[in-house]
Design a protein around this ligand. Structure first.
Ligand code: ZN
Length: 387
């Protein structure tokens, strides 16, 4: 056996132990061994090592009064942190720091200018982090990685962003730029994948998840048997140009007709309601939401029609992945009550293989922004190797 193979096994064992203790306090070596299916001797050696490095905190379990008191271990949760940067909304930069249990401990939102390039945006992010967030951390805190959420696909074969809803990121190697700016390992992914990872980490009962995220763009994150589906290039779940939308609407990205993103994105709703995409988007989105809430006829017609297209998308995803749950997140969950009826009519009509009990639950999710941060944290913490 080569030395690298031995190192590989040791690293894998460390990762298993860390994942076994991450969310539990005061767990014994015996319990860790049971959970990881490693031998007690292996667990014992590695736990001693991790405790010596202050990664695990060792304490005595005082519950037992007879014989030798065994040590129990807790991960040094507050010491190891992740910096998460959410850039999925235009001109908005949201920074957060999470601890090793994916809990947000510090957060702040900023605006950046329209003219800023990607290097400039990441530099601004670092300055904000150093000035505003870092002083709030413990003195011995260690940032183990930085993650960035983007409304784009991260092409893993070429290490660049493609199909960006915000044009400044197009074709950029955001991973390299981020790593250079922060001097840390960077993880880049889109909001839909991150939300799916977070849902899988938070909701233990779901192993097969589809997460539809609709805001600037429309994407899906797919978890199958607890693993994120990525595909050969990282494009899996990219459904923007699936031709199941309004047939007479030309897509401004691919130039063809009927792309689902042209209906379910913010611009899609605005175009359907106002008849054009001029004017200030933020104000117009607000105006549209108010019109829906006031039950204005045209606004309700737009949400109902778009609900049908959403229903088609949900049906296709149910057929492809047979999930336990389909989450609908991003900017559209607030519209869900008005889209639900037409969406469900489409889903029930098309998904003939499933009955009431076996078909995926469809849940609007108003917590996407938090999920994005949790997804970044989970991805970085679950893959972290301390040494
Ligand atoms: Zn298209």
């Amino acid at each position: 056996m080569k030395v690298t193979d031995i190192l590989g096994i040791r690293e894998q064992n460390i990762a298993s132990i860390i994942n076994a203790v991450r969310f539990k306090s005061g767990i014994s070596k015996k319990q860790i061994a049971e959970e990881t299916e490693l031998s007690v001797a292996t667990v014992s050696n590695l736990c001693n090592d991790l405790a010596a490095r202050n990664i695990l905190i060792e304490s005595k379990n005082d519950g037992l009064s007879v014989g030798r008191t065994p040590s129990v271990y807790t991960f040094n949760v507050e010491r190891y942190c992740v910096l998460a940067i959410n850039l999925q909304l235009r001109n908005v930069m949201y920074l957060a720091i999470t601890n090793f249990r994916n809990e947000i401990i510090l957060e702040k939102e900023y605006k950046y200018s329209d003219n800023a390039g990607v290097e400039e945006i990441m530099h601004e992010a670092r300055v904000h982090y150093e000035e505003d967030l870092k002083p709030g951390l413990r003195d011995d805190a260690v940032i183990i990685g930085v993650g960035v959420a983007v409304s784009a696909i991260y092409d893993t074969s070429h290490s660049k962003l493609v199909c960006c809803a915000i044009p400044v990121f197009e074709e950029k190697d955001l991973k390299k730029i981020t790593e250079k700016e922060f001097g840390l390992t960077a993880y880049i992914d889109n909001e839909a994948n991150l939300c799916a990872i977070a849902a899988n980490a938070s909701e233990a009962e779901y192993e097969d998840i589809v997460y539809i995220h609709a805001s600037e763009g429309v994407g899906t994150g797919i978890i199958q048997h607890g693993r994120l589906l990525q595909g050969h290039n990282g494009y899996a779940g990219e459904i923007s140009h699936m031709p199941i939308g309004r047939p007479d609407r030309k897509c401004k990205v691919c130039g063809r007709y009927g792309c689902i993103e042209s209906d379910l994105s913010i611009d899609g709703f605005l175009l359907s309601y106002f008849g054009n995409n001029r004017g200030k988007r933020e104000e117009r989105w607000k105006e549209f939401l108010e019109a829906v809430e006031a039950k204005k006829e045209k606004a309700l017609k737009v949400t109902e029609e778009t609900g049908t297209y959403l229903g088609r998308l949900v049906s296709v995803l149910i057929y492809l992945f047979d999930p336990q749950v389909v989450y609908i997140g991003g900017n559209i969950p607030v519209l869900y009550p008005y889209m639900k009826e037409s969406m469900m009519k489409e889903v029930r009509g098309r998904c003939v293989l499933w009955d009431e009990n076996s078909i995926a639950k469809i849940l609007p999710d108003l917590t996407s922004n938090e999920r994005i941060i949790i997804g970044i944290s989970e991805r970085i913490c679950s893959k972290w190797l301390p040494y």
